[in-house]
Design a protein around this ligand. Structure first.
Ligand code: AMP
Length: 145
């Protein structure tokens, strides 16, 4: 399965926030939307980084409640690993494993085109494994008949 196929099934919606907003603003959106990461954008809407719940926890542990007033631009990861619509979900799973992160934004012609999370990848993998198990079962049953 490709990233494009997965996005067509789950939707292309990506939640973004201005990099000049605060960690408190980002935490509110993550909680409301029940998501684990948000993409930071500049005044032109261009992606400049990613902020995940782990980044918020890291700064809370370091600075206490004062961290919530920090700007997202000071806390986000700027070097964002992205994928393309034509990439396979298996390739995205490898990116997540090697980079040890759970979110990969999708880019198309330099523009944000969606986001794939580890739960999307796990759901896909579970379906794949159960399909393969069914096929094997059928193969064994047919051989026994
Ligand atoms: P996550 O596992 O996605 O919650 O993120 C763990 C850490 O990796 C955080 O510091 C994120 O800012 C960072 N991160 C998340 N996604 C990416 C990505 N696609 N590229 C680079 N860093 C990322």
């Amino acid at each position: 399965m490709t990233v494009a196929m997965m996005l067509d099934a789950k939707g292309h919606n990506t939640v973004t926030i201005s990099q000049s907003e605060t960690l408190a603003d980002a935490a509110t959106i993550l909680a409301d939307r029940r998501i684990g990461a948000i993409l930071a954008v500049d005044e032109n809407g261009k992606m400049t980084g990613i902020l995940s719940e782990r980044d918020i926890i890291k700064f809370l542990a370091k600075d206490g409640a004062a961290a919530l007033e920090k700007q997202i631009s000071a806390c986000m990861t700027r070097n964002v690993v992205t994928c393309q619509r034509r990439d396979t979900i298996d390739a995205v799973r490898t990116m997540m494993g090697e980079g040890r992160f759970r979110h990969v934004p999708v880019m198309e012609d330099g523009e944000l085109a969606g986001i794939i999370s580890v739960s999307d990848v796990v759901k896909h993998r579970m379906a794949q494994v159960s399909r393969e198990a069914e096929e094997l079962k059928r193969y064994i049953m047919d051989g026994a008949a």
